[in-house]
Structure formats: C-alpha cells, structure tokens
Design a protein around this ligand. Sequence first.
Ligand SMILES: [Zn+2]
Length: 315
Amino acid sequence: MLTAGVDIGGTKLLAVAATEKGEIVAQRRQPTAAGPDAILSAVATVVADLVADEPSIAALGVGLPGLVDLEGFVHFAPNLPGFVGVAARERLAATCPVPVVVDNDANVAALGEVLHGAGRGRREVLVVTLGTGIGGGLVIGGEVHRGGYGFAAEIGHFTVDPDGPPCACGARGHWEAIASGSALGRRAREWAARGEAPNVLARAGGNVEAVTGHEVGQAAAAREPDALAILTEHARAVAVGLGGLINILDPELIVISGGLIDLGDSLLGPLRAVLPEYVEAADRRPMPPVVPAALGEHAGAVGAAALARTLLPAR
Ligand SMILES: [Zn+2]
C-alpha cells in the first residue's frame, strides 16, 4: 500500500507516491501557485493525478512552511502569502479521495530524514534547515515533537542578539536573522562593502548589492580565501544557536538540511570546529555528530508520505 506526500514550498510544489520504506514510485513537480485557493486546488489536482496512476494510495500527508496546528489549520505562513487563517486539512479532506494530514514542512522533513535518511535508526534527532530562513524538526523518542498546540521547534526564532538585525518574523536579533542563508548573503555584502571580499564581489560583477550566498558558495568551491573566511564567521553564528539547542535538547545526532548544505565542508568543517565552544562541558560529554541531510529536496515530500501512514488502520 502506498501513501502520497506533498511538500508545498515557497516556490515549488513537490508530490510523491511512496512505499512504507520511503521509496518514491511516482512524483510530480510544479511551481507553487499564488494564494491559498489556487495552492489547495493544485494539491487536490496533483493527488488525483497520482491516485489515477497509483490506485493503492491510501492516505495523503502535506507539509507547508508555516505555523500549522494539530488540526491542520494554518495560523501564520510568511513564505506563502495569503495563507493565514486557512483550514488546510479540512479543505483538502473535502476534495481529496483519501484521508489527509497537514503539518509544518520542517516537521515532515525531519520525519523523512529519521525514517528514511541520515537519521535512520536514531530516536533523538534535531533536524536544522538552513535555507532562506531557519526551520527545525525535533524528534524525541522516535516521534516528531509537535508541542502543546503544534508549533514546537520554531528553532530559528529565539533571540541571540537583542541589538541584531531584523528577522523575517518581525522580531530583532533572532538566530535566523544572523545564521540563515539570507543572513549569509547580508554578511557577504558587508564584507564586500568593506573591501574584504574581492573574489566574492567579482563573481557578482563588482556590484555589492548583487552579492548573495550563491556567490559565496561559488567562491568557496574554488577555495577562494575571502569566501572561506566569510563561511568561518558564518559557522560561528550557526554555532551560537546550535550550541544552545544542544544544551537544551541533548540530541544524539544533528542533521543539517536546506540550501546551505550545498556548501558542504566549507561550512560544516568550521561549524564542527567551533561548536564545542558553545556546548556546556563539551570536553566531558559526547558531542552529537553534525551530518548533512540524505534525502535532499525530497525530505519533505517523503516525510509527509510517511506521516500519512499514521492515518492508516494499524495492521
Ligand atoms: Zn524571527
């Protein structure tokens, strides 16, 4: 028996039909439509299309970037304009031929990585998504921890610098505002404006405002020293928050997902090096390994399909 998983991203919608082992047997990909009505109808259409090809699909899981409560109601979704106060699960259930569950995208991605990816076999795992923002999924005792109302593991949004830059959520100095992919771009522009990132700046045509994390990644891949220095500074910003989370949660493994994993060891190397400075008694305890995600862009959809299995009758 198969289940379907849909990952609604800010720019693309990825849908899969997957087996119990997380093997993808069919997939569909399309740009994300504009507005909740168009997005929800696109999900219903793509699922009907998958079910037509794979009639054994018995349930649907959906992940989306926002605060999704335990009933699948969306309270806040800054990366999906208009998607606020939307009863996503209820509306999909009315149009889809199978039972539906809806959760936060980082939660389903964490489930995907723990069941079928880099965290397989582990029960205490923190999945950190370093992309445009910072998302998180927290697996405790082998289960995704959703909190009292469904909003747990918003790990990008705690204050690490009260005087720091503004965060996408409206607050100031959140971890996300200093350590996300967007923050890496801002950091690189600051270096470029000071004349300290000549190679990175050259890759942006000499225009400081055009510098993003993408140019840093290109320059780092060529081992250019300014890019590597920027990433070393950025790794410390990542470690500031991650060390605190290790102190609080004591995970046995940390999985890093999101666009910044394309930087590979240019980021993870310095991160592993400085992380112990932010962990209590780091030399007297095991440090959790920090590893890249294994499922790449499929983590959310595969995890959503796995979550859908919770809707099936126990065998
Ligand atoms: Zn924030």
